[in-house]
Design a protein around this ligand. Structure first.
Ligand code: HEC
Length: 154
């Protein structure tokens, strides 16, 4: 009897350990997804703010360097936001990020180049150049979203 009880208790412990481990892993993935979406939202915010300045709608020209630097900084390491197996749960990240890794790297490189060029022209206070580069930046965001982000449900 005692033997059976001991056996039951130890298998129960194993089961609890297994469930606990799975939960921890799942929670980490969710946390990464939340972090990634937070970072992407912040880039979206900087882009929206920068657009208002670039289009001459508001007079916050002194803040443009800050927005441009933040956008460029995020794109420096954009791939790090997408560790393997973070494509399930509350995410719009598509499996193509990992299955077409070369193409994903290419659009990331383009976003890096575009956002760095935008930052540099802003820092040089070259209005004509940064107005043109801003469009390249927006295009580089779209290029990645087109192939690697799930479309919003209508
Ligand atoms: C290399 C690919 C890539 C690039 C470049 C990229 N994004 Fe994203 N972005 C994604 C993916 C994938 C998602 C979906 C993430 C998720 O749901 O987990 C996303 C999500 C977003 C979101 C929605 C965040 C949310 O959950 O509410 C915004 C806003 C956004 N990106 C803005 C931008 C802007 C602005 C740029 C350009 C400066 C940019 N992104 C560049 C891949 C990219």
């Amino acid at each position: 009897m005692i033997h059976i009880l001991t056996a039951t208790i130890s298998s129960l412990c194993l089961l609890i350990a297994a469930v606990w481990t799975t939960t921890v892993v799942a929670a980490e993935t969710e946390d990464i997804i939340k972090y990634r979406q937070g970072v992407m939202k912040s880039v979206g915010g900087h882009m929206a703010a920068a657009a208002q300045i670039v289009r001459g709608k508001v007079d916050y020209a002194d803040d443009l360097v800050y927005h441009a630097e933040s956008i460029a900084r995020t794109m420096q390491t954009v791939e790090s936001l997408f560790p393997k197996d973070t494509d399930f749960g509350e995410t719009r990240a598509l499996d193509a990020i990992w299955s077409q890794a070369d193409k994903f790297k290419q659009v990331s490189d383009e976003a890096r180049a575009a956002t760095s060029a935008f930052r540099d022209t802003v820092k040089a206070n070259d209005k004509a150049a940064f107005t043109a580069k801003f469009k390249t930046v927006a295009d580089s965001c779209k290029a990645c979203h087109k192939d690697f982000r799930e479309k919003k449900e209508q």
